[in-house]
Design a binder for this molecule. Structure first.
Ligand code: KG4
Ligand code: ZN
Length: 346
């Protein structure tokens, strides 16, 4: 079975084709980063319009790359949420239309399920069950994963997501958008120990017999950085690097501590780490070390598939379509519609 995957939930247009026998045949990504950079964050309407512009050309390129004609595609998967409504509608409309035109089933995919399954695109994929740490721009959660669609959340952020904390802190430091890669790059030149920021919700000890607190909180950490930045006044590039490193270390520590507690609490033998923040190299190093200590195998997607992409949606779609899931064609909206464009019914 060959599945075309379409991802348009935020600021990346991703298209890919995954074959059940041959694996990933082609994938392309168009990133809107430059479009949103001046605004310091994603502007939803601009995102939707750019998806409209890029989705079809990208689709054509991917079909050519994979050497596929429409008749070679057996199913379509598109991101159905969560994400920006207008942006999602672009992928959903495209996916449903192609499925209708080509007479094949379509399935709407949960964006975070796409992330969760993304390490399965790599050689030696993780078998179920496993513990999953999902860290993206919109979500931070730990889940017990028994199988496809069998996800029990054991911890999640009560405020900002980890990626959101990176983005907001980068903004405070005058670094670009998206903040994660900008902070990680700045942190490489930072000297450790000059600053130390709090590790929120990691001081709850387990001696009272209660289950360890596996929820996360990142907004206090962002505030601590803001307070320090205000105290410092002007920031030279070394100070920015030092703050970036101290911030990154705090986030990595929090995520590693929670993974450790979750491994202890669940007895998991495998840990899957995915979502944009899983591209972070110090997080990867830290969790690999944790895995060695606990004899837990740690799985990541390749860095390019940590962040949003069409391949993970195609793959999730394949698993769901193979399981017999699909959706009826269903909607028709017009964000802009001039009344003169109406014609008399014939
Ligand atoms: O999964 P993703 O591409 O989109 C969402 O589903 O939200 O995640 C994007 C998030 C952004 O907040 C971005 O700053 C963060 O992932 N990110 C990183 C790195 N690369 C992307 N955070 C830390 N280190 C990175 N290298
Ligand atoms: Zn994502």
């Amino acid at each position: 079975m060959r599945v075309l995957g379409i991802e348009t939930s935020c600021d990346d247009t991703g298209v890919a084709i995954f074959d059940s026998e041959l694996g990933l045949l082609a994938h392309r990504l168009y990133s809107q980063t430059a479009l949103h950079a001046d605004y310091g964050g994603v502007v939803p309407e601009l995102a939707s319009r750019d998806h409209v512009r890029k989705a079809l050309p990208l689709l054509r390129t991917v079909m050519t790359d994979a050497g596929c004609a429409p008749a070679d595609i057996n199913g379509i998967a598109y991101t159905a949420g969560p994400g920006l409504a207008g942006a999602l509608l672009v992928g959903a409309a495209l996916g449903q239309s192609l499925a209708f035109a080509w007479g094949i089933p379509a399935v709407g995919i949960h964006h975070m399920e796409g992330h969760l399954l993304s390490p399965m695109l790599e050689p030696d994929p993780p078998p179920f069950p496993f513990l999953a740490l999902l860290v993206s721009g919109g979500h931070t959660l730990l889940a017990n994963v028994k199988g496809l669609g069998q996800y029990r959340i054991v911890g999640e952020s009560i405020d900002d997501a980890a990626g959101e904390a990176f983005d907001k802190t980068a903004k405070l430091l005058g670094l670009g958008y998206p903040g994660g890669p900008a902070i990680a790059t700045a942190a490489l030149k930072g000297s450790a120990g000059r600053f130390r920021f709090p590790r929120p919700m990691t001081d709850r000890h387990r001696t009272h017999g209660a289950a360890p607190g596996l929820d996360f909180s990142f907004s206090g950490l962002k505030t601590a950085v803001a307070t320090e930045v205000a105290r410092l006044g002007s920031l030279d590039s070394q100070t920015i690097a030092d703050v970036a490193l101290a911030f990154e270390q705090a986030v990595v520590d929090v995520l590693a501590i929670k993974c450790e507690w979750a491994i202890e609490a669940t007895g998991a033998e495998r840990l899957v780490v995915a979502g944009g923040v899983s591209a972070n190299q110090s997080l990867r190093a830290r969790l690999n070390e944790l895995g060695k200590r606990f004899r837990v195998r740690v799985y990541f997607p390749r860095p390019a598939f940590s962040t949003d992409n069409g391949a993970m949606i195609a793959y999730a779609g394949l698993l769901r379509l193979q399981a017999g899931v699909s959706e009826p064609a269903s909607f028709n909206v017009h964000a802009r519609w001039a009344i003169e464009d109406l014609t008399a019914p014939s």
